[in-house]
Design a binder for this molecule. Sequence first.
Ligand SMILES: C[S@@+](CC[C@H](N)C(=O)[O-])C[C@H]1O[C@@H](n2cnc3c(N)ncnc32)[C@H](O)[C@@H]1O
Length: 247
Amino acid sequence: MQQETIWNSEAARRYDTPGAGMFAPELLEPTVERLARLAGGGAALEFAIGTGRVAVPLSERGVSVAGVELSLPMVEQLRTKADEATIPVVIGDMATADVPGEYALVYLVYNTISNLLTQDEQVQCFRNAARHLTPGGRFVIELWVPELRKLPPGQTATVWQAEPGYIGLDTYDVLRQHVVSHHFHFDETEQARLFRSPHRYIWPAELDLMAQLAGFELESRHADWVGTEFTAESRSHVSVYRIPPVS
Ligand SMILES: C[S@@+](CC[C@H](N)C(=O)[O-])C[C@H]1O[C@@H](n2cnc3c(N)ncnc32)[C@H](O)[C@@H]1O
């Protein structure tokens, strides 16, 4: 499963759900608010900008935003909301792409660092973020905590969400540290629509080590965008890494 195949025209067409799901104001508004504060008046760069779910409202909030994105159909969807002059996007891989400009903030949200399927690529991604930041600049990652405690020995799949019309199922390859998320959408008919995406899951401690290899220090980690304490029960985290300012 290649990322370009997964994020095709069909996925791009279905991605935006204004006001609901990942576009719900109670999730998106604190995300934008926190990122705007972390940018501190400087420019921001979003790795894997997608259809601009976060970038568009952040830009409307007055932050200068640029992006990197692998999928043309996702960027075409973004272009229905913001033009190239407002949010410039480089088509490429966030682990290696070079974006003109200097940034106070690079951010990579919605679990997307896990779309890079090897540890090497994930470390490269941190290094690429560092390359784009000015001293004192920040790299923000939003990532889920691997649900390995749900996986008894010998079992290779977990259901992480089950509700009317939707089942989310993960299958694990613990040797390679890979998980494939299966999203089943269904109605009264016998047909279900399946969206699958492969990930390399990362424990927070490994993420911190990747950051360290790229010259970052962990500045803060919370369970969400409004600053809830991160605990052993947290299902997700927002981690802020910083390049030490020049003294
Ligand atoms: C879950 S979406 C997130 C989009 C957006 N950041 C958001 O929060 O809505 C994942 C996006 O990552 C992009 N992507 C996956 N691998 C990538 C890579 N190596 N470099 C750049 N973009 C990538 C996909 O094309 C897709 O648009």
